[in-house]
Ligand binder design. Structure first.
Ligand SMILES: [Zn+2]
Length: 739
């Protein structure tokens, strides 16, 4: 078998607010709310519907890249997608099932849970990361994983043992991570040293482990993978195909050519990268001499004949082994030449120290309520992925007769342990400065873990700060790690007092007093408002007395001498408040406009029939009013689209200004919905396009193009009727559609 496997490693650092569990707005991701949304739009979603173009640049088909390439999606990213883009998670699951149906083995791989450098973790944490990664995979894909991605390909024997112990049989490395090879069963003398240049990467290797277990390793083709990562092979799908064929043709026998890189390369880092992959898939699919299969399917036909010994403590992204995540090795992304990464070692030392301290706290505090604290942590992943499982989880993990307070202690301990894992996320050390987004992410996770430790009676923050003080940012004004911590954790402290106060402020503003991750109950009394703050993940409860706002300061309140106002609201609360206030104002303007027009309709209508609209203001009012009617008509189905088209055209002819973006936003979902239901709704889709034309609106036709192309590929209408052909042409799709 001659096989090609393109592997995408899809991953984002877990940037959720450590207390609230939600991703706050990230202005740098504009126009999107945050980077996960943005990269989903640019990469994760387009790879499920990657377009194939004809010679004229028109869409002639779509390819689900996930069904034809090997891929792993970071579990924390997958959790975010499950909440925010569930349809995409379903597509990934279907793609995995399709490839399993086709080749006997699914395309999806697991990943160690929150992307730590495993060789820098304690053996117990390595196990938990692997167990959690495999379990999240199982809950999402409905099967146990064959392969697991090692974050940054950072490898040592302990990590491989943990993978094997979890039933993982495959992992992926780069060729420089192999030390020597020999035939399986060979003696000591048959070992042969290899280098990145001499290792034959076109076969699988078995790695026998000290425990007696084994794991198979697929080595990626370094040159082709680099060509993908830096984009030169993605500029032209034809060039990529030729390159793959050339390497495969080098000699006879079974060969697997594996090219692996960050999945974000396909569409986010390199625009249209997903289309080059789609073209490659489409071309190779038709080549009888090449199979597009994953490493597990290849192994079933060509099992490893050789054994490999790895070079421990190496990775794919640091030429110095794994120093990038603990030392000033020189590896970096960008930034001024005088910057150093001398901050890495003290940050690593501080986090390692905290990790070990918190392990002691966890063991001591949860040994009472939990039957088996560390075993419970391994199984806690079920609650991390699906918080609703907490009840069933606790029922089996708690000792009989545990008191309510002991239950809270156990849950706080487990949450602390989770954040202690999250604070080891590799991204914190990968980039150029301590004070960057990723470095502060690590510090915020540590802050949350320390907060929970304090609730368990262990105060470690001061000592942690002493250690952080040794790490200095390259940016003079950022100061030391302790200064950064002061700003990103202490300065934005999440306390029951602040939660209670913001709830009262919101209540005074006439808003729902809510915050993600917490249930808040307000009990007004003579002395002030008693606020019950219940933390959902731990079951912990605090009651805070908030002093009512002073007269003249209705939107301020006080807790224990500290005053809170609108600016102390959490970002998620501010976002919600702004959206609501804006929404209210828009609604008021709309109803005022509608009433005014209704009052003068008897005059305007006859006049409009005869002469142009008298003023710009009136032209705009009429346009917005018509957009409202259009929205209402579409929502209720009260009026046929053809009538709307005529009215739109008539108004425009008289100089009415139709708000193009508003109308576009109203019409696009209707077009997409119709395109999803062919051939029945073809007339509806065409009617929407005609209304858009009449209104002079350019619609985003991307989703409809993909829906129609997908339908066409499956249905393959031999002689499409006139309306289908018209829709195809109107959407700018290729004549070769479905061929
Ligand atoms: Zn390095």
């Amino acid at each position: 078998m001659r096989a090609v496997c393109i592997h995408g490693h899809y991953y984002q650092p877990p940037r959720e607010h450590p207390w609230l569990g939600v991703l706050e707005g990230e202005p740098s991701a504009a126009p999107d709310h945050d980077w996960n949304v943005r990269i989903t739009r640019e990469c994760y979603a387009p790879n499920a519907d990657a377009r194939l173009l004809d010679a004229h640049g028109r869409v002639r088909g779509v390819v689900d890249n996930y069904a034809w390439t090997s891929f792993d999606v970071g579990p924390t990213l997958l959790s975010w997608m499950a909440a925010r883009a569930p349809a995409l998670v379903e597509r990934l699951r279907v793609a995995d099932a399709e490839s399993r149906h086709r080749t006997g083995f699914g395309n999806a791989w697991a990943q160690a849970y929150n992307h730590p450098i495993l060789p820098l973790c304690t053996p117990r944490d390595v196990t938990t990361q692997v167990v959690w990664g495999a379990r999240e995979f199982e809950l999402r894909f409905g099967r146990r994983p064959d392969g697991m991605w090692l974050p940054e390909m950072a490898v040592d024997v302990t990590s491989l043992e943990a993978l094997a112990a979890s039933g993982i049989t495959l992992t992926m490395l780069s060729p420089h991570q192999a030390r020597r090879v020999r035939p399986i069963g060979g003696d000591e003398a048959s070992w042969r040293d290899v280098t990145a240049e001499t290792l034959d990467v076109r076969r699988l290797y078995r790695c026998n482990l000290p425990s007696g277990a084994a794991i198979d390793i697929v080595f990626r083709d370094a040159a082709i993978s680099q060509g993908l990562a830096f984009g030169e092979l993605l500029r032209d799908g034809g060039a990529l195909v030729e390159r793959l064929r050339t390497v495969l043709a080098r000699d006879d026998g079974d060969a697997l050519l594996c090219a692996a890189t960050d999945g974000e390369t396909f569409g986010h880092h390199h625009q249209f990268g997903e289309m080059a992959i789609a073209y490659t898939i489409e071309t190779l699919r038709r080549d009888p001499g090449v199979s597009l299969v994953g490493p597990a399917a290849f192994r079933a036909l060509a099992p490893p004949r050789d054994e490999v010994e790895i070079v421990p403590n190496t990775s794919w992204s640091c030429a110095h082994g794994i120093d990038r995540w603990r030392d000033d090795c020189g590896c970096r992304v960008t930034g001024p030449p005088e910057w150093t990464q001398a901050w890495r070692a003290p940050l690593r030392a501080a986090i390692d120290w905290l990790r070990d301290e918190l392990a002691v706290v966890f063991e001591r505090e949860t040994a009472g309520p939990l039957r088996d604290p560390w075993g419970a942590r391994d199984r806690y992943v079920d609650c991390v992925v699906e918080p609703d499982r907490a009840h069933a989880f606790l029922a089996t993990e708690l000792r009989p007769g545990a008191t309510r307070m002991e239950v809270v202690t156990a849950r706080r301990g487990l949450e602390m342990a989770r954040h202690a894992l999250f604070m080891q996320t590799s991204c914190g050390w990968f980039f150029d400065d301590l004070a960057g987004v990723e470095g502060t992410l690590v510090l915020r996770q540590a802050g949350r873990a320390l907060d929970l430790a304090r609730r368990l009676g262990a105060h470690r923050e001061e000592e942690f700060l002493d250690r952080l003080a040794a790490a200095r940012s390259n940016v003079e004004s950022e100061g030391s790690g302790a200064d950064v911590y002061g700003r990103v954790v202490l300065g934005r402290r999440v306390t029951p007092e602040r939660i209670a106060a913001t709830a009262v402020v919101l209540d005074r503003l006439g808003e729902r007093p809510a915050l993600p991750g917490y249930a808040v109950t307000l009990r007004p009394g003579a002395e002030g408002v008693d606020v019950e703050v219940d933390e959902e993940r731990t079951g912990g409860r605090d009651v805070v007395r908030v002093r009512p706002p002073a007269p003249g300061e209705p939107f301020r309140c006080e807790v224990g001498g500290v005053r809170y106002g609108v600016t102390e609201l959490f970002l998620v609360q501010r976002e919600r408040l702004l959206a609501h206030i804006t929404g209210d104002a828009v609604e008021r303007v709309r109803s005022v406009r509608h009433e005014a027009l209704a009052r003068v309709a008897a005059i305007i209508d006859p006049l409009l029939a005869r002469e142009p609209v008298p003023s710009l203001e009136l032209a705009m009012m009429l346009g917005y009013d018509e957009a409202d009617r259009l929205a209402a008509a579409l929502a209720t189905g009260s009026e046929p689209l053809v009538g709307l088209k005529e009215r739109m055209a008539a108004l425009r002819a008289r100089g009415v200004v139709v708000p193009a973006r508003v109308v576009g936003r109203i019409l696009a979902p209707r077009l997409n919905a119709a395109a999803e239901r062919l051939p029945e709704r073809v007339g509806d889709a065409l009617a929407v396009l005609e209304v858009a034309d009449a209104a002079g609106v350019v619609l985003d036709m991307g989703p409809a193009q993909i829906a129609v192309a997908r339908w066409w590929q499956t249905a393959r209408p031999a002689a499409p009727d006139e309306s289908l052909a018209r829709l195809r042409d109107r959407l700018g799709l290729s004549q070769e559609l479905g061929s």
